[in-house]
Design a protein around this ligand. Sequence first.
Ligand code: NG1
Ligand code: ZN
Length: 524
Amino acid sequence: MTFPKAVTVAKEQYPKSVKKEIKYGTAGFRSNAAELDFVLYRMGLLATLRSQDTGAAIGVMITASHNPVADNGVKLVDPAGEMLAAAWEVHATTLVNAPDDSLDVVLQEIANKAGIDVGKKAMVIVGRDTRPSSEHLCNAAVTGVKTARGQVWDLGVITTPVIHYIVTCHNDGGKYGEPTLEGYYQKISKAFVKLRADGASNGKYEPEILFDGANGVGALAMEEFVGHIGKALNATRYNKGDGILNHMCGADFVKTQQRWPGGVPEQAGIRCVSVDGDADRIMYSFIDASGKYLMLDGDKIATLVAGYLQELLSASGLKLKLGLVQTAYANGASTEYIQKKLGVPVSCAKTGVKHLHHEAQQYDIGVYFEANGHGTVMFSQAAKDAIRAAAQAKNSSAEKLSGVMDIINETVGDAISDMLFVETVLHARGWSAADWNNAYTDLPNRQMKVTVADRSVITTTDAERVCVTPVGLQDTINKLVSGFSKGRAFVRASGTEDIVRVYAEAPTQEETDKLAVQVACAVH
Ligand code: NG1
Ligand code: ZN
């Protein structure tokens, strides 16, 4: 028997408590925290196998991100900091749904399928957010790793982007950066401070923000950054953990409610930065001179940073291909602005970071962002080499690009690293929040959730923009859309909730709402 203790430990400590089938989805496993003990134990077992399979360290992050505090979840991080490979998502689902009695057999089957030598060494890096349930769930994962005879490196309470960074750096021998928390803070902060060494103010840019930590781990990470950045950015921190996680604050609240976050005093003209519960998503908002609330989402961030990278690239003379990856949820005005005004090519990927990440790899410099504020920039090895060489040769634009590369956490969307990049661009341009917002005007848009008996009957193609089944639904959507000049709408089954999402855009909010309701009725 290769996994002699797997069944006993399961039965004695982490018995399977949920009968219904659960699936490793876009965000890994996610549910009410009380239902997750056995899932975490089994993910510890699986992460060990994956580590033996790849001969590298694997990450296990315990978080339910922007979801309520009573929820929790787990996601595995592959060796180069990417999301778990699709074949292993299937293994994860199989293992989690197996009865306690057959765990050893199922583990052996996975090992056989993947051709794993289970005697090999394994290393699993675990991290968790600030949820009260996270420590207990982390212990379950650690027990799983140890039961499968793997080694554990427990990072404690950290953000999701930090675990992606540390897994990457650990596995590449420190090429991307030093594989420690301090290494992470140092790399990003130093580059940020250096790029504003000549003065933190510039034109209409003031180095001052209000930081909404969502009462989660992002607040802790920001305290660390403030210690490293010093006076280069004056960040007044709110929602530092004294309130309820993600409740009436944070990036998801701001994006879905389009409202100023609770717990942060309203101050006109000052940028407010909201992160989510594991600090991999970011939203900006501000109140303009007339008292109007304005939100700057992932699309605004993507267009701002892609435009700046494009400018530096052409000034540097480097011949590198830059592109932006969005999803169908990107506001049509952002796509038009970046394509037509700035001449940056845009690709559309399916919802879910792994799809965007993959698509971004086709460019030398690939910017990807979801409208909800999750995104980053990736540089090919050739791009990195060319930029560093030109920077060494004192090409000033390449020097800036090189600095920007160090601010960015390429391994995954990273709220605070993204924030420091946005601040860098605004500083370089001498822009206020209003200047940034005025680059283009969002088209009115509306998202709706529709509950159906079986959401899997909805299938799509063309990066989710065209509905394939039920047959005839797309024709109906086309007809409805044609009733509006410049309308756009699509439907898709959510990967994280038991609902169908409807998205609509049109020239006015009234028309948009009408179109969304008509499409929702067609789905129902
Ligand atoms: P689903 O539920 O599949 O739409 C949502 C978000 C994604 C992504 C995932 C993972 C929207 C429309 N969808 O996916 O962008 O963030 O959750 O958390 O925001
Ligand atoms: Zn998150």
